[in-house]
Design a protein around this ligand. Structure first.
Ligand SMILES: [Zn+2]
Length: 57
């Protein structure tokens, strides 16, 4: 049987200004925890921590 629904589409938001800057997907099996990544925020104009949110705008 085909494996379905293992990839979760998530948004990455800047923890500083709360802007949604990236959209990615997460494999629930390989990555059970929420993602936190250092990424460039063009609103802050620097690298900030971005965390996962399930809310997609
Ligand atoms: Zn920001």
């Amino acid at each position: 049987m085909a494996q379905k629904d293992q990839r979760l589409l998530v948004a990455l938001i800047c923890t500083v200004c709360k802007s949604q800057n990236y959209i990615t997907d997460r494999n629930k099996i390989n990555t059970p925890e929420k993602i936190v990544l250092k990424k460039y925020c063009r609103h802050c104009r620097k690298h900030t921590e971005h965390k996962e949110t399930s809310k997609l705008d």
